[in-house]
Write a protein that binds this ligand. Structure first.
Ligand code: KIV
Ligand code: ZN
Length: 518
């Protein structure tokens, strides 16, 4: 590892350049400016704002960022051609800290098939490009593209030329994301040995994620002495993307014991920055993505929930609140235990000791059939259990048959006095039945000896999937007053029957629900 280097790592954000090169991302100048302002709040050291020669729009965006965003260095990318470098300069010249980043490939594959250039040509182009850039600005970054697949001696020679011409940062790209962490670390180490002048400038790492190793490779690079890390928010970028900067800065902070390094970023801005980039690029973040995924800090298994509720650090290495996330860290689902459910209900003032056993049983039945139980659904479950327990009617059996030429419902209801009433409603005994719900409600109204007009019936899904939980809400007209009944179930007919009984119970009690309409 290089000696005499300090422990501060610069964060070079290329969300607006390499990140924007992702398929289907095209940010307007205004959107790029909005992201750049947020990157500034996040505290990155350098913003690579674009590749100005590629389009008028990109030029305008880089120029607007250079003019408006104060604090970080504003960098523009350029190939080695002089027009590229001039265009890059024109876009950033108004920045307080302008940087030009110029690059040329040093790998045999690129030189032969893409550049059609000899080693001498590449050396000459690198020399001229850095010299021109350096005549325009003090801060010049040079990258030997595809360095991880290039001959190291040739790359070292080109780097030495760039340094001789005044480059202030040398960036080592793993352009195709093929390097393994130990190989990438070794490359950095060997370049320091071959080019001792590298100790006088900042060495930077730039990794792609084709093998899922961009973050690991970058961290290995800084372990070997690099002091600038390039990457993007949410890891967006060409193909499988770039180093995810949020992962880098949190790893450096969380494992300071291991790296002994620091950055200038403000960790509490991570949530806001990540969400903004996701929203404006349209790139949805996978739920289990490290640091910024919606599940990155959630515990679903009962054992983990129990541990975290007793002491957060049993299963958490990061407090999401320090990154600006405020979602609850407990996700209720089929693996959750009593402790987590009870804790959730207590936090929401919905814990009722007399009914907790039934609430937990209902929760488990529902969680087994749905994809996670949202906080809203959990509260509905607790409320529904209490409503059913306190209902003066009990549904002990129901069955509905419905076909194109026959509708029939059977219900057995325990009445307030304790007697049981069984009714079969079919068209031969009653009016024409419109459908299964009509048959069911007709049977219940006969069994309970009531005859109220149904004013409204709504069914609202409370979860997704084939066995989604539905909430049924009915309104009965009881002597001119609208009385609401509600219930939930994965079985719509069961929820409907209980909602109807709930309304009958409300009608018979003093604390009736307020008048309501559909
Ligand atoms: O991946 C790469 O090689 C690049 C260069 C322009 C630095 O993005
Ligand atoms: Zn790249």
């Amino acid at each position: 590892m290089s000696e005499a280097i300090d422990n501060h790592v610069k964060i070079f954000d290329t969300t607006l350049r390499d990140g924007e090169q992702s398929p289907r991302i095209a940010l307007s100048p205004a959107e790029k400016l909005e992201i750049a302002n947020q990157l500034n709040r996040f505290g990155v050291d350098i913003i690579e704002a674009g590749f100005p020669i590629t389009s008028e729009g990109d030029f305008a965006a880089v120029q607007a960022i250079a003019r408006e965003v104060e604090g970080p260095a504003i960098c523009a990318l350029a190939r080695t051609q002089s027009e590229d470098i001039q265009r890059a300069y024109d876009s950033i010249r108004d920045s307080e800290h302008p940087r030009i980043h110029t690059f040329i490939s040093t790998s045999e594959i690129h030189m032969t098939h893409q550049l059609h250039a000899s080693e001498e040509d590449v050396k000459g182009q690198a020399r001229a490009a850095v010299a021109i850039a350096r005549s325009l600005v003090d801060d010049v970054q040079f990258s030997p593209m595809d360095a991880t697949r290039a001959n190291i001696d040739f790359t070292a020679e080109v780097i030495q030329i760039a340094l001789d011409e005044g480059a202030t940062t040398i960036n080592i790209p793993d352009t195709v994301g093929s390097a393994q962490p130990h190989e990438y670390g070794e490359l950095i180490q060997r370049l320091y040995e071959r080019v001792p002048d590298l100790h006088k400038v900042v060495l930077s790492v730039h990794c792609h994620n084709d093998l899922g190793l961009a973050v690991a490779n970058s961290l290995e690079g800084v372990r070997q002495g690099a002091r600038q890390i390039e990457g993007t928010i949410n890891g967006i970028g060409e193909r499988a993307g770039n180093t995810a900067l949020e992962e880098i800065v949190v790893a450096i902070k969380t494992r300071a014991d291991h790296y002994g390094l620091s950055t200038s970023v403000i960790l509490s801005e991570i949530a806001r920055t990540s969400r903004l980039v996701s929203r404006l690029t349209g790139y949805v973040i996978q739920p289990n993505k490290a640091i910024v995924g919606s599940n990155a800090f959630k515990h679903e298994s009962g054992i983990h929930q129990d541990g975290v509720l007793k002491e957060r650090t049993t299963y958490e290495i990061i407090d999401p609140a320090t990154l600006g996330f405020d979602d609850p860290n407990i996700a209720l689902g089929k693996h959750s235990g009593r402790h987590a459910v009870r804790n959730f209900l207590e936090q929401h003032d919905a814990f009722e000791p007399n009914y907790f056993r039934q609430v937990f049983k209902r929760f488990k039945e529902i969680a087994d059939h749905t994809k996670g139980v949202s906080p809203e659904l959990m509260l509905l479950i607790a409320e529904d259990v209490q409503r059913r327990e306190e209902c003066s009617y009990r549904l002990s059996h129901f069955g509905v048959e419905s076909s194109s030429d026959s509708k029939q419902a059977t219900v057995r209801v325990v009445l307030p006095g304790g007697s049981e009433q069984t009714i079969i409603a079919d068209p031969s005994h009653y009016h024409e039945l419109d459908g299964p719900i009509d048959a069911l409600f007709t049977a219940i109204s006969r069994a309970t000896d009531t005859d109220y007009e149904l004013m409204c019936y709504t069914l609202t899904p409370m979860s997704s999937g084939q066995e989604a939980v539905g909430e049924v809400r009915v309104i009965l007209n009881v002597n001119g007053q609208n009385i609401i009944g509600r219930s939930i179930s994965t079985d719509t007919l069961e929820a409907s029957a209980w909602a109807y009984l709930d309304a009958l119970h409300q009608a018979a009690t003093d604390n009736k629900s307020a008048n309501s309409s559909c």
